[in-house]
Design a protein around this ligand. Structure first.
Ligand code: BGC
Length: 500
């Protein structure tokens, strides 16, 4: 009997220890007021290719993700594609139902460029697509949900890629024409616009290491060119909005950038700053810094590396003529996608191939094995990193307005009780609140994602939704996970409820 009791005691103690330990790994203590500001906006996000399906419905043209998943299915973990996905193109009402249940203040979704202009060009303008997004926007507004529109989320019209896509500066004008089409049609109701989602990712993966479409392998060259053209296209669209629409429509235009935050085991501030400049700074410095242009450290390194490689000019383009000024200050807010962090140190041996962003950066990243991991192998719960990056933005970019446009956690789809997602959500909301209490100008928070969806190279094997989607049913029913209830409570109380 005594043995039984002592075993019970040890097991209970161990269970408590494990539970506490898990919670500690993914939690953050509160600093300051427990209330989110009255005008703080809570939302959820999705993106067209990941949820819409209807890949060729009503005249939609192909995008580079349609082409890639059709021609190279083996490159997607489960050989799937976005042809049907969650079928939101035909089932928006089901998404709306979920949005209403959550009582979100805003819904961030993206418009498929190749629906509006099937060839990417105005000559192919597709009224049915214009009508579809009109319907979505009207329904959101009728239900008191503010639309937050991303104009580009990875799905470049294939025809534009045929002439080089983001490596051809013609893209700048093509994007501006498309942006104006959106402002003209939807700007009376859409007041928050995001030009591009995560340029670093689609440039580095699409034109650098070729893991994403259009699979151009030109690391350290075409990826920087893609970033340069993205910055110019963004700025040109922003300036068009300012000169033609801002007065009458009164909306805001920003860009969504993603970055990890970095820690140093030896408190090496220089390496932390280097990592921040190479990640967030590459796109944020030209737009949000006082001086504009790329971060000095990148200009110097890449210039020197290019010279060593025998080139006559830097692989990192320099803004010529007025471009530096056009890009500087070209955003009303910074959209931030934050998922995770890393430890960083100077590289012990040259990193990556030469040339490449990795070789230029030349740092080694690592994780803390104690960090709680999601279903995605890159995603660890590090809420301190969100607080850190928000303070970095406050100090580096003159406390520009920030909207967190993505933050989320993946599961493997085995159940609806997603306690780890709730832990992640709770601790990251705490990070946001701590940052606000510390003077950071954060105006909104958006969970990725409303529903499970096509997770790019991982297909449907990693699920980020607050709602599960029954992918084997033609109706694609949405079912709330436990985290949906938790988030609804956050939104209702405008406070962070305690766990479970
Ligand atoms: C992207 C989303 C993606 C999410 C999770 C972000 O980088 O914007 O499209 O699904 O991360 O990987």
């Amino acid at each position: 009997m005594i043995k039984l009791w002592s075993t019970f005691f040890v097991v209970t103690l161990l269970t408590c220890f494990v539970a506490n330990n898990v919670a500690e790994q993914c939690s953050l203590s509160a600093k300051g007021s427990p209330n989110f500001p009255a005008n703080f906006s809570f939302g959820v996000a999705t993106a067209a290719y990941q949820i819409e399906g209807g890949w060729n419905a009503d005249g939609k043209g192909p995008s580079i993700w349609d082409d890639f998943t059709h021609s190279d299915p083996e490159k997607i973990r489960d050989k799937s594609n976005g042809d049907i996905a969650a079928d939101s193109y035909h089932r928006f009402e089901q998404d709306l139902q979920a949005l209403k249940e959550l009582k979100v203040n805003h819904y961030r979704f993206s418009i498929a460029w190749s629906r509006i202009y099937p060839t990417g060009d105005i000559s192919s303008r597709n009224q049915k697509a214009i009508d579809y997004y009109n319907h979505v926007i009207d329904k959101l507004i009728a239900n008191g949900i503010k639309p937050m529109v991303t104009m580009f989320h990875y799905d470049l019209p294939s025809e534009i890629q045929k002439i080089g896509g983001f490596t051809n500066s013609l893209l700048i004008n093509q994007f501006v024409v498309y942006a104006i089409e959106l402002f003209e049609n939807y700007g009376d109701r859409v007041k928050t616009w995001i030009t591009f989602n995560e340029p670093y990712d689609y440039c580095h993966n699409g034109y650098g290491d070729a893991t994403y479409p259009p699979q151009v392998y030109a690391p350290g060259v075409a990826d920087y060119l893609c970033i340069d053209n993205t910055l110019k296209a963004h700025a040109a669209a922003y300036r068009s909005y300012q000169s033609r629409f801002a007065k009458t429509q009164g909306g805001k235009v920003g860009i969504t950038l993603d970055s990890r935050y970095f820690f140093s085991k030896t408190n090496d501030e220089d390496v932390i700053d280097r990592a921040m400049q190479y990640n967030l700074g590459l796109l944020a410095h030209p737009i949000f810094s006082k001086t504009g242009g790329y971060p000095d450290v990148m200009i110097m390194d890449i210039g020197a590396n290019s010279q060593k490689e025998g080139r006559i000019r830097s692989r990192l383009p320099s803004f010529k003529g007025k471009w530096r000024d056009i890009v500087k200050g070209s955003a009303d807010f910074l959209g931030l996608n934050y998922y995770s962090s890393r430890y960083i140190k100077p590289a012990s041996k040259p990193n990556g191939v030469s040339p490449s962003w990795e070789r230029d950066f030349n740092c080694d990243a690592s994780i803390d094995p104690k960090w709680l991991r999601a279903a995605s192998d890159w995603l660890y719960c590090v809420p301190e990193g969100l607080e850190g990056i928000l303070k970095f933005i406050r100090d580096e970019y003159d406390n520009v307005e920030v909207i967190i446009t993505e933050n989320g956690w993946s599961d493997d789809g085995t159940g609806l009780i997603d306690d780890d997602r709730i832990r992640y959500l709770k601790s990251h909301l705490q990070a946001v609140l701590n940052a606000i209490n510390d003077g950071c100008n954060v105006r909104g928070y958006t969970t990725w994602s409303l529903i499970d969806n096509f997770e790019w190279l991982r297909g449907y094997t990693e699920k980020f939704g607050l709602y599960a989607v029954n992918m084997s049913s033609p109706n694609r029913e949405r079912t709330a996970k436990k985290s949906a209830g938790y988030y609804r409570e956050v939104i209702q109380k405008r406070q962070i409820p305690s766990l479970f």
